[in-house]
Design a binder for this molecule. Structure first.
Ligand code: GLV
Ligand code: MN
Ligand code: MN
Length: 404
């Protein structure tokens, strides 16, 4: 049996790192001192679990059981969105460490190596480009990806260098020998709560496509410029947003979000001459998502032409949706049934490191019920009972995988 008290203790301790006491929100961006504190703590937990710890070329923290050959890889991330909660990512890493520690304490004989990974920058919050660590491990991170800048104008490559990593060696982070990749994560939606179930099996993950839109108009005097001759970039962006929202109303699984907006020069008495905003478009069906992308781009073009604004669209990231492996889903279903729970399958609307391995090896995920479906928010919550139960189910699943 896993030690849920120890796991919950780790979760509480990790959630203090990067916490804003005024809001309870946690902010841990990649390649920062605060994130390094979290890395150090997780490294210590991995060592106590009996894992040999290495840090790869991009900063993924990898705890391994002894041996060589194909590995069962279990991971998630310890970075957060701005003012995030304490479960998104952290629960996956800490539950995997707890499982490794239990296997070690029970002296379970493994035929396969277990690797627990805390991936670098899943969220993409700092650079608008996520899953840096899992992309590197899957061998799909390219040097050209490292040129994107954070809000202070620092590129991923520069941030890596400052943290002691060499951007020229990212190809060496690719791990060839992965048997399967599995991940436990909070659901971040309401499906399990509505079904009154503590856990569920992820059958597929929607793919995020992130675009950055720049609209250029003219910054002029807010008092002296008549309404009919303005080129107001913010008013144009607002019209785009409302039209995009209207377009998406008839969608069943697809979603689109404007989550980030910068207004220039951002003065009360100045007409906004420039606006930069992001759009996050997702669906489980890639073709359908790409069709929506075309319609959204056409909205931006039409609104810009009508308002005489210049527009520019930059792709930040395009991640393919993935399907989970049927055999892994079946094994996980059996473990859930053995715990006396109905094995419900569900789609993940949120992105996960698991997506990066969909082309490389079989993947699946176990979801844990989220209270009110809230996530990317300090109110994010999963109960201690659900966490304990989920980790025990996941332990039994991984027990089988490392002994096969
Ligand atoms: C990460 O949580 C994402 O889905 O963007
Ligand atoms: Mn996550
Ligand atoms: Mn997240």
């Amino acid at each position: 049996m896993i030690n849920s008290k120890r796991l919950l203790g780790h979760l509480a301790e990790l959630s203090e790192i990067g916490k804003n006491d005024a809001t309870d929100g946690i902010t841990r961006f990649s390649y920062t001192d605060v994130e390094q504190e979290a890395v150090d703590l997780v490294t210590e937990y991995m060592r106590r679990a009996g894992l040999a710890v290495t840090v790869d070329e991009v900063g993924n923290v990898i705890g391994s059981t002894p041996g060589i050959g194909p590995a069962i890889v279990v991971g998630s991330h310890i970075d957060t969105v701005p003012e995030g909660g304490k479960f998104d990512g952290a629960l996956g890493v800490l539950s995997a460490i707890e499982i490794a520690q239990t296997l070690n304490e029970q002296q379970v004989e493994q035929t396969k190596i277990l690797k627990v990974v805390a991936f670098k920058d899943e969220e993409g919050s700092r650079f608008g480009f996520g899953m840096i660590g899992s992309r590197a491990m899957a061998g799909t991170l390219k040097e050209s990806h490292l040129n994107v800048l954070d809000n202070d104008g620092i590129s991923i490559a520069q941030a890596m260098q400052k943290s002691g990593f060499n951007p020229k060696t990212i190809d060496d982070a690719k791990r060839e020998v992965m048997d399967v990749y599995v991940e436990m994560h909070i659901e971040q939606g309401k499906v399990l709560e509505k079904a009154n179930l503590p856990v569920g099996i992820v059958s597929g993950i929607a793919g995020p496509l992130w675009l950055e839109i720049t609209l250029d108009g003219i910054s002029e005097h807010a008092g002296a410029t008549p309404m009919n001759i303005r080129k107001d970039a913010l008013a144009g962006a607002s019209e785009c947003m409302i039209e995009i929202e209207t377009l998406m109303q008839s969608e069943s699984t697809a979603v689109a979000t404007v989550g980030k907006l910068n207004v220039y020069p951002n003065g009360t008495n100045v007409i906004p001459g420039k606006v930069v905003f992001t759009i996050d478009i997702r669906d489980i069906d890639e073709e359908h998502r790409n069709g929506l992308e075309k319609q959204i781009i056409s909205i931006i073009q039409q609104v810009s032409q009508k308002r005489d604004l210049q527009w520019n669209i930059r792709e930040l990231q395009r991640v393919k949706p993935v399907k989970a492996d049927p055999a892994l889903q079946q094994l996980l279903s059996e473990k859930i049934k053995e715990a006396g729970i109905e094995p419900l399958k569900l789609i993940s609307g949120a992105g996960h490191d698991a997506m990066q391995f969909g082309d490389r090896c079989p993947i699946t995920m176990l979801f844990v019920r989220s209270k009110d479906g809230i996530s990317h928010n300090p109110l994010e919550y999963s109960s201690e009972e659900d966490i304990a139960l989920a980790t025990e189910v996941f332990y039994k699943f991984i027990y089988d995988l490392v002994r096969k």
